[in-house]
Ligand binder design. Structure first.
Ligand SMILES: [Zn+2]
Length: 209
């Protein structure tokens, strides 16, 4: 069985996918992480990918497919896909080579996503993550571990957050249009707590088995 988890930044998609993979003993495939691992590992495909990324160019699908298939050979199962597919072309590829049983969308309003992402902070010294809503430091603005100053990453500033959300919404609409009628699609309300979302997610997966 294979599932795709979708969700806007701030929906907790990565955390949920990871928890699910641990519970089921399945493989969590986060396409962003795969790219980073290939690039830092200095593999041939990683070097190729790095050229595009360094030049600020889009990585061609053909290369993404190779990196994806390295981690998940055709027709493999027990995969939890996170961050892939991102386009209709990638979705077609996916359905050609893998069985996809369900698409689970972690549904979060734009306003809530903006609120959650804008609350993110990072330690300027050790990089540890904080969140002024859910994971506050003991002392405001100061890292608990190393005493470094907490800052907002460029990516998490309001204008950039809005831009990323707009891109996701547009992408999600196209993907869901494509998958409609081909794969079962369900939504989970991601405005709830991590544990509530997780138990609904497990239920959705168990209902397939
Ligand atoms: Zn720190």
């Amino acid at each position: 069985m294979n599932i795709v988890i979708m969700g806007v930044q701030g929906s907790g998609k990565g955390t949920q996918a990871k928890k699910l993979a641990e519970l089921k003993g399945w493989k969590h495939i986060n396409i962003g992480q795969l790219f980073r691992a290939e690039m830092s590992g200095g593999t041939a495909t990683g070097k190729e990918a790095k050229q595009y990324v360094t030049n600020g160019e889009l990585v061609p699908d053909e290369l993404t497919f190779r990196i994806f298939a390295n981690a998940a050979p055709f027709n493999s199962s027990n995969l939890i896909l996170d961050g892939f597919p991102r386009s209709v072309a990638q979705s077609k590829y996916l359905l050609e080579h893998y069985q996809i049983d369900k698409i689970i969308v972690l549904d979060l309003s734009e306003a809530e996503a903006v609120k959650r992402i804008s609350a993110r902070r990072n330690c300027s010294k050790c990089g540890r993550d904080y969140n002024t809503l859910y994971k506050k430091p003991q002392k405001e603005g100061i890292c608990d571990v190393c005493g470094g100053e907490l800052v907002t990453r460029e990516d998490d500033k309001p204008k950039e957050v809005q831009r990323r959300i707009d891109i996701y919404m547009e992408q999600a609409r196209k993907l869901l249009d494509f998958f409609e009628g081909k794969v079962k699609i369900v939504s989970i309300d991601a405005s709830q707590g991590i544990d509530e979302i997780f138990s609904l997610l497990v239920k959705e997966v168990d209902s397939l088995q």
